[in-house]
Design a protein around this ligand. Structure first.
Ligand SMILES: CC/C=C\C/C=C\CCCC/C=C/C(=O)SCCNC(=O)CCNC(=O)[C@H](O)C(C)(C)COP(=O)(O)OP(=O)(O)OC[C@H]1O[C@@H](n2cnc3c(N)ncnc32)[C@H](O)[C@@H]1OP(=O)(O)O
Length: 303
């Protein structure tokens, strides 16, 4: 059941159990080692599978961090490495970012990285999140999010950092920056990323109320660009990619940079202070207690 949205997500327990077994078995991408569409070999890490198609210059990047693709330190690190690898391959011009877990795009930041750890860990974790956002938000590649599941908070940030968003039409696939519902505050760069997507007023309302949008609402407010039937999300993302890749790279890339640089620079100029803010905020007893209670509720809701 989706606690925040007050919505039930169908039992994925069996799938999760299977996923955990696969995880335990490791060799995560052996099943895909045969390669991508044009004979290019799939590559990846334990939690990120990349299926490159050298013929089209598009790679599909799939998140796989069971049970809910929470953005753990490991997943953040692996995402940055995969992204960097694609950026350095001249063949690639676009990425489709999606999930390999049914019904979940990403549950956002990993609450277990934010609870009961020490300040050095919080700092390392936040730096890794900053790193992923800075790279994803500013990459010269076209990134299209094929959102095939729920994406609260940090999951929404991931999607908002892409160039275009396609959401599968399922009322359980909620998306939004819902931090206030947890008693925490979305950092300024989360807020800026949303403002750049849907504007100031819509962001203010969404952030203060911690709104999680269902697909039709997400489309209406502009959090996503397209809603398509489930099962068509990756195809629709690939179609949209064709339009983006029809634009000469240099012109599109310079335009992207012109639109996004000031936002990214704002974090870059106060990166260390942002880390310290996060560490001192998380180190408060009241915040730790609130996060523990929230995590416990998530764990117990099945019982
Ligand atoms: C002044 C300010 C200065 C600085 C700022 C400082 C701090 C603020 C920064 C904060 C920014 C935060 C961003 C975030 O992303 S916080 C995380 C927000 N995410 C959520 O709240 C999502 C919670 N999860 C859900 O709602 C549901 O799990 C979900 C995703 C809808 C899926 O539902 P379902 O399929 O039914 O799965 P379960 O709920 O049963 O969960 C399965 C399993 O996963 C665990 N889990 C879920 N979400 C998380 C998570 N985010 N992190 C870690 N673990 C998670 C859950 O506990 C279950 O565990 P179990 O052991 O029981 O299997």
């Amino acid at each position: 059941m989706a606690l925040l949205a007050g919505l039930r997500v169908p039992a994925r327990s069996l799938l999760r159990a299977g996923a955990r077994l696969r995880d335990a078995a490791l060799g995560r991408w052996e099943r895909a080692a045969g390669g991508g569409g044009d004979g290019a070999r799939s590559f990846g890490s334990q939690r990120v599978l990349v299926e490159p198609d050298a013929a089209t210059g598009v790679a599909v990047m799939k998140l796989w961090n069971p049970p809910v693709n929470s953005l753990s330190l490991d997943l953040l690190t692996e995402l940055v490495i995969s992204l960097e690898k694609l950026e350095n391959e001249k063949t690639f011009r676009g990425i489709i970012l999606t999930s390999d877990l049914p019904g979940i795009f990403s549950a956002g930041l990993d609450l277990t990285e934010m609870c009961g750890r020490n300040p050095a860990h919080y700092a390392e974790y936040w730096k890794a999140l900053q790193e992923l956002w800075l790279r994803l938000y500013q990459t010269h590649l076209v990134v299209i999010a094929a959102i095939n599941g729920a994406s609260p908070a940090g999951g929404c940030l991931l999607a908002l950092s892409c160039d275009y968003r396609v959401l599968a039409d399922n009322p359980k696939f909620i998306i939004g920056l819902n931090e206030t519902l947890l008693g925490i505050v979305a950092p300024f760069w989360f807020k800026d990323t949303m403002i750049n997507t849907i504007g100031h007023r819509a962001t203010e309302r969404a952030l203060q109320l911690g709104l999680l949008f269902r697909p039709a609402e997400a489309l209406q407010v502009g959090v996503v660009d397209q809603v398509v039937p489930e099962g068509q999300v990756q195809g629709a993302a690939l179609s949209a990619m064709t339009q983006w890749l029809a634009i000469p790279d240099h012109a599109r890339q310079l335009t992207k940079s012109m639109m996004r640089k000031a936002t990214a620079d704002r974090l870059l100029t106060q990166r260390e202070a942002d880390i310290q803010n996060f560490v001192s905020f998380l180190s408060r007893d009241s915040i730790q207690k609130a996060l523990q209670v929230y995590l416990e509720k998530l764990r117990q809701k099945k019982g």
